[in-house]
Design a protein around this ligand. Structure first.
Ligand code: DQA
Length: 154
């Protein structure tokens, strides 16, 4: 079992419409609810001795506030910004101002979808991107973040 990497939680932040997971276009996003994804992420993080702060908002400014909060209250960020991924310079800038590792996550593979989903304002500010693996992508993201945190100086 990997050793504990931080006393502060991983922030797992979810953007617009992700509160509807389970019933929203299940053929694209699957049938797992956001609450279930939160449990999956928390269980995986626990295996690394890490806690999770799991939140969702439909509002860009709230997400900016939470990313800023993560600067002092968190140790890393997993971000599925939903549609704001493709539009938000504000979220890009907030991520840039965060010195912790960042993993961008998408349930679907945006690059196999409409052209307007091919541009991400988050990717350039993230350490890595995980997309196309459905709800399991969040678990993979916890693994990726835990590995990055382990490599960081104490
Ligand atoms: C999404 C992909 C986005 O293009 C879309 O707007 C979402 C969900 C995903 O998880 O696949 O809301 O981020």
């Amino acid at each position: 079992m990997p050793s504990k990497t931080s006393d502060l939680p991983i922030y797992v932040l979810n953007g617009p419409n992700l509160n509807l997971l389970g019933t929203r276009e299940p053929e694209i996003y699957g049938s797992t609810t956001l609450a279930q994804i939160g449990e999956m992420a928390a269980a995986r993080a626990k295996a690394f001795g890490l806690a999770v702060m799991f939140r969702q908002s439909n509002h860009e400014g709230v997400l900016v506030d939470w990313i800023q909060e993560c600067r002092t209250e968190g140790c890393g960020l997993i971000l599925n910004a939903g549609a704001l991924t493709h539009t938000s310079v504000a979220l890009h800038d907030a991520c840039r101002a965060l010195s912790h590792p960042i993993i961008e996550v998408h349930l679907s593979n945006p690059y196999a979808r409409e052209p307007f989903r091919h541009r991400s304002f988050i990717s350039a500010a993230a350490n890595g991107v995980i997309c196309g693996f459905g709800a399991n992508g969040y678990v993979i993201a916890v693994d990726a973040l835990a590995a990055l945190l382990k490599d960081q100086p104490a």
